[in-house]
Design a protein around this ligand. Structure first.
Ligand code: NAD
Length: 251
């Protein structure tokens, strides 16, 4: 990479976001490590800086307009204009439709879709100015439908449409937009699902691994690897794509 770029990774205190932040830092980018609470980002920032990289912790709620915009400007001021954005922050509020509350619906669409919209709108001006940019959005295999997740499935399918439209609108500014749709990844999110179902996490992982063609559950680094490809200089002709990183085919 000829000049150092700055990235923002949302939901980067742990799980997939933390792995993506560390990977982008090892690829040579300065990284705004964003999560709800700046203190929770300390571990990710420390891992990056102790390896010789550059990172700053940013506390922000991506679903709040003022908070998202302030976060982008903080990163711009401390690390330089961000031209890479990974919209990774996410939550689940699973329930069957008849039991799902409006709060369950609004909070999930709020973090994923409203959050990705607010963050991308705030970052795009830096990308347009630089005539270069990379947006990577986290979708999910749940975009194809998953029992108990009407809110999450709608949000993750929405991320795909959002990504494709970004690719159309921003392409002429040298900006690509792509989505990663992970299958089962071992993180707190899936650990909490196991807990809610009353199944030990080890059993839950083993059960899921049997259904996955490569016979294992995914790790956050599997997603970080794909994000690294999408943000690379050489991937400038790849845009509007959704890659299922799920240990097997999905459609
Ligand atoms: N784990 C999986 O199996 C899986 C599968 C498909 C897609 N995904 C998606 O990947 C992304 C990361 O998932 P994960 O498993 O690492 O989850 P996780 O729960 O381990 O981490 C999510 C992070 O997002 C942060 N966050 C939540 N709301 C936020 C907000 N409003 N503003 C800022 N940060 C916020 C949380 O604090 C947390 O640190 C999510 O978008 C998730 O939907 C995960």
């Amino acid at each position: 990479m000829s000049e150092r770029r700055t990235a923002i990774v949302t939901g980067a205190a742990r799980g997939i976001g933390a792995a993506v932040a560390k990977r982008l830092a090892s690829d040579g980018l300065a990284v705004g490590v964003l999560d709800l609470n700046a203190d929770s980002c300390a571990e990710t920032v420390e891992a990056i800086t102790s390896a010789g990289g550059s990172a700053v912790a940013v506390g922000a709620d991506v679903s709040d307009e003022a908070s998202a915009e302030a976060a982008v400007e903080k990163v711009a001021a401390e690390l330089g204009a961000p031209t890479v954005l990974v919209n990774n922050a996410g939550i689940t509020r699973d329930n069957l439709l008849f039991k799902m509350t409006v709060e369950d619906w609004d909070s999930v669409l709020g973090v994923h879709l409203r959050g990705a919209f607010l963050m991308t709108r705030a970052v795009q001006k830096h990308m347009v100015e630089a005539k270069w940019g990379r947006v990577v959005n986290l979708s999910s295999t749940s975009a194809l439908g998953n029992r108990g997740q009407v809110n999450y499935s709608a949000a993750k399918a929405g991320m795909q449409g959002f990504t494709k439209t970004l690719a159309f609108e921003l392409g002429k500014f040298g900006v690509t937009a792509n989505a990663i749709a992970p299958g089962f990844i071992e993180t707190e999110m899936t650990a909490k699902t196991a807990e809610r179902l009353g199944v030990p996490f080890e059993d839950f992982k083993a059960f899921n691994a049997k259904e996955i063609p490569v016979q294992r559950v995914g790790q956050p680094e599997d997603i970080a690897h794909t994000a690294s490809f999408f943000i690379s200089e050489g991937a400038g002709f790849v845009s509007g794509q959704v890659v299922y990183v799920a240990g097997g085919p999905r459609d």
